[in-house]
Design a protein around this ligand. Structure first.
Ligand code: PMP
Ligand code: GLN
Length: 383
């Protein structure tokens, strides 16, 4: 008898664009401004703290919810930054990355047939995460070219089956951020409903020009119906650590942990010990926005000599560029051609739309060494 075959739960899913473009960049030796990961060294002190933790014997399972000392320092940070009291024992769970935190939150709340409002362009894991739970993504385009939320459209698309709204600020891939007015709109929409909010805040701290981050944690009434996802990997320049956390109300977190405990159970102990010490220095996170803004500005300034047109980046690792002065190719064709002919890998923004909607925009990751950004810009201005 032949081996059993799988009826795919995700028949439309292929290999993610990040892996496709990174593989092409490696194959061709191109400068990789595609996939979002830093190419500069992470903080030496944090590395030393991990190795110290290992040498000191912190090598066994951490608490299922996360190392208590790390949860405590995070709660303190939330209080300082957002003025909200979060109970470190019942409201924070350390997870293996932000993506896992989002997946676990969706798996905790969704039942087959539920609808989830998701804004596009959307980070590529959201829709497969919804669909694998038998739920239905209700896709709403952010308004081009400023990528703002069309709240009247959100109102129109809510039905009795709407189970959740997903938000992401600072936003990947556009670098747009939600304002206080956006949060008020959201608040008004969900009030008196049973709608949850899944808030992806993995680029917390990486927000520019003194704009305040509108975390859900600023809004205790919203937190009661939210799962908020964060990533240590993204903010501390160690994406390979795959460590993050989820924050919610005690009741919701209790359910989240039922899913978490039989999937991952607990996360890498030495990194948690190290981070619990590292975060006691508030500069470790307060300096991150300025650090990344310098990179955005460095790349932006060098690209002024090119024929690409920048769209504003207010946060994240990313800057979008229109290329209508260069070509009318599709963004995918252009991204591949630039990698092959000019040796710079980028990400076509159509990959963040299920429909493949192509506004002729490509994404550059500026979380790179200045010399990498310089080299890429030197090549891009020749196009
Ligand atoms: N959400 C967004 C918007 C991201 O860009 C990323 C980065 N990969 C993640 C979630 C996931 O972060 P992590 O690597 O911690 O899973
Ligand atoms: N968040 C990263 C990006 O948008 C990629 C992470 C991944 O490859 N899954 O580029």
């Amino acid at each position: 008898m032949p081996p059993p075959s799988i009826v795919s739960k995700l028949p439309r899913v292929g290999t993610t664009i990040f892996t496709v473009m990174s593989s092409l960049a490696t194959e061709l030796g191109a400068v990789n401004l595609g996939q979002g990961f830093p190419d500069y060294p992470m903080n030496e002190e944090l590395i030393a703290l991990v190795s110290e933790a290992m040498k000191s014997g912190f090598n066994q399972y951490a608490h299922m919810n996360g190392l208590p000392a790390l949860c405590a320092v995070l709660a303190e940070k939330f209080h300082d930054l957002y003025g909200t009291s979060v109970d470190p024992r019942s409201q924070i769970t350390i997870t293996p990355g932000g993506t896992y935190a989002i997946y676990t939150a969706l798996t905790t709340i969704l039942r087959p047939g539920d609808e989830v409002i998701v804004f596009e362009p959307a980070y590529d894991s959201y829709i497969p995460n919804i669909e694998i739970n038998g739920a239905i993504p209700v896709r709403i385009d952010l308004r081009f070219p400023d990528y703002q939320v069309d709240w009247p459209e959100v109102r129109r698309r809510i039905t009795p089956k709407t189970r959740a709204i997903m938000i992401n600020s600072p936003h990947n891939p556009t670098g747009s951020v939600l304002s206080a007015a956006d949060m008020e709109e959201l608040r008004a929409i969900v009030r008196d409903t049973e709608i949850f909010i899944i808030s992806d805040e993995v680029y917390e701290h990486l927000i520019f020009d003194d704009i305040p981050h509108q975390s859900i944690l600023r809004y205790p009434d919203l937190l009661e119906r939210s799962f908020v996802s964060f990533s240590f990997g993204k903010v501390y320049h160690c994406t390979g650590w795959k460590l993050g956390y989820s924050v919610s109300s005690p009741d919701l977190m209790n359910e989240f942990r039922k899913v978490h405990q039989f999937n991952c159970f607990s996360c890498h102990t030495p990194s948690q010990v190290a981070l619990s010490k590292f975060l006691t220095n508030k500069e470790s996170y307060l300096s991150l926005g300025t650090f990344m803004q310098k990179k955005r500005d460095f790349f932006h300034d060098r690209m002024l000599a090119s024929r690409f047109t920048p769209l504003p980046s207010r946060g994240s690792y990313f800057q979008l560029y229109k290329y209508d002065r260069i070509s009318d190719e599709s963004d995918k064709d252009l991204a591949i051609r630039i990698t092959k002919e000019y040796g710079v890998a980028t990400i076509p923004v159509s990959a963040f739309y299920q429909s493949g909607k192509d506004d002729k925009v490509i994404r550059f990751c500026f979380a790179k060494k200045e010399e990498t950004l310089e080299k890429a810009a030197e090549r891009l201005i020749k196009i």
